[in-house]
Write a protein that binds this ligand. Structure first.
Ligand code: SF4
Length: 211
């Protein structure tokens, strides 16, 4: 991937403005205390399935105040076209909700085989993203999420804190530094609370079905 200097002028010029906007918005946000309560419930739940369910609820509570200032709008689906890593547990929750079993993914990462280092995780993530099947998320229907109530944690927390979707537009070969809300704490719990988790792209768990 090339760096942001290779961006078209409108996006390149927007970067510092978007960064300032995001910082300003974050300084005004009042966090929802329910997010921490739900996170604690997730940490003490007895099964990986229950932990993921509570984590998803925590993620929704965490994102609620941010949604009021984010650029994200109903019908905007840029982020449904980028790679999306989920765990087997999360895929099974989706599968149960829609009555379809997840497929064993062709490319996956087993958390037990990863070391503790952030670099190992970054390498695995890059590998999953590079092998992600092309195309939009299989659950994108008419520019809207077809599994909204059971959508993965990653979708609940991906919020662009700019004022519009300019920086979400895909630029071939360049990783655009969108000013996303920082969900590192939730994502770290997501991995730590599923220590035996198997990760893959959502398209690998749910490949297109041909009738
Ligand atoms: S699960 Fe829903 S929100 Fe997430 S990428 Fe797919 S369609 Fe978009």
């Amino acid at each position: 991937m090339n760096s942001a200097v290779n961006l078209p002028a409108p996006q390149r010029e927007r970067l510092p403005i978007a960064q300032r906007r995001a910082e300003e918005k974050l300084s005004q946000i009042v966090p929802d205390p329910a997010a921490l309560r739900l996170l604690n419930t997730a940490r003490h739940a007895s099964s990986a399935r229950q932990r993921v369910i509570w984590l998803q609820r925590a993620a929704s509570a965490w994102s609620k105040p941010l949604q009021t200032v984010a650029a994200c709008r109903k019908g905007c689906d840029h982020c449904c076209h980028i790679p999306l890593t989920v765990t087997q547990v999360e895929a099974e929750l989706i599968g149960k909700a829609i009555g379809r079993r997840p497929t064993p993914p062709a490319t996956s990462v087993h958390l037990l085989e990863l070391g503790d280092h952030a670099q190992d995780w970054k390498t695995a993530q890059t590998q999953l993203q590079a092998s992600a099947p092309a195309g939009p998320c299989p659950f994108l229907v008419d520019h809207q999420c077809g599994i909204y109530e059971v959508r993965p944690l990653a979708c609940r927390v991906l919020l662009n804190l700019d004022d519009d979707e300019l920086l979400c537009q895909k630029v071939e070969g360049v990783e655009v530094p969108v000013p996303y809300a920082n969900a590192m704490q939730l994502k770290a719990h997501y991995l730590a609370l599923q220590p035996a988790g198997v990760l893959a792209d959502i398209r690998a768990f749910f490949p297109p079905q041909h009738s």
